[in-house]
Ligand binder design. Sequence first.
Ligand SMILES: [Zn+2]
Length: 318
Amino acid sequence: MRAEALAIDIGGTKLAAAWIDGTGTVRGHRVVATPAAPAGATDRPWQALRQLIDTALSDRPDQVLGIGIGSAGPIDAERGTVSPVNIPAWRDFPLREHVRSHVSGLSHLGGPDVQLAGDGICATVGEHWIGAGAGSRHMLGVVVSTGVGGGLILDGRLHHGRTANAGHIGHMVVDVNGEPCPCGSVGCVENIASGPSMVRWATANGWAGAPGATARDLFAAAHDGDKVALAAIDRAAQALAAAFVSTAAVCDLDRVVVGGGVAQAGELLFQPIRDWVRRLGGLAFVADLAITPAALDQQAGLIGAAALIHEPDTYVRH
Ligand SMILES: [Zn+2]
């Protein structure tokens, strides 16, 4: 008998769903574009998600163990609501309740278990469950992409914190004299090390990237030896390393797992991060921090969402 969890990943550009079993094997991975919808048009993204769920359910296993949802933030895990920055139609949208009532007919037990967590947390959980963080007891998971997110594993379990936002490394302040960040603070990691932030800094400092240039273009220029592109990446690596060693000093980590679109640049990013960790990491238990590339690529978030259902003792707050 096949028993699987339905994993859902909600982002500003795409919605994804897949069936995932207790070993993390992914089946029936489906992706649709997130419909562009103005503030207030709550139904448009929801219709697209409902269709995606219905398509997945037409291919459902013998037993649906539950539904795990990872969503772009901010989210409120207590209330089950989401307000993704890049989905303006959803502000305090009660996603967990919508999904729960949509699938309530699925089980004679009053509907399957539905769990919701932030996308950075789901990526961390996925990497810890079966990826580059497997077996780690004290791990920081980091996603470097159009934003910078993350999650924290302490004593072998997901650390939730007061509002279930623990591990939000993107808004750790690494430069108290830095530029204002949209979050309201200054000098945040995300405002220096996200892909768009790197491109913005490089452009302001004379990098002649084409209009609409992305982090991918910046890394290509760095690969060809462009000095400003290299400096932008080094500056991002410094900010990331400062956040990593600071977190390690507080939490006594054994490793940091770094994924996300920007991290796919590989050694062009990881080498300067490791150099900066060595320079900024003072105490012995900080200086030997392992910095590991993520192993699950773009599926970490989906796999982590499924782990919320398969391994609740480790990843769900009770
Ligand atoms: Zn910030």
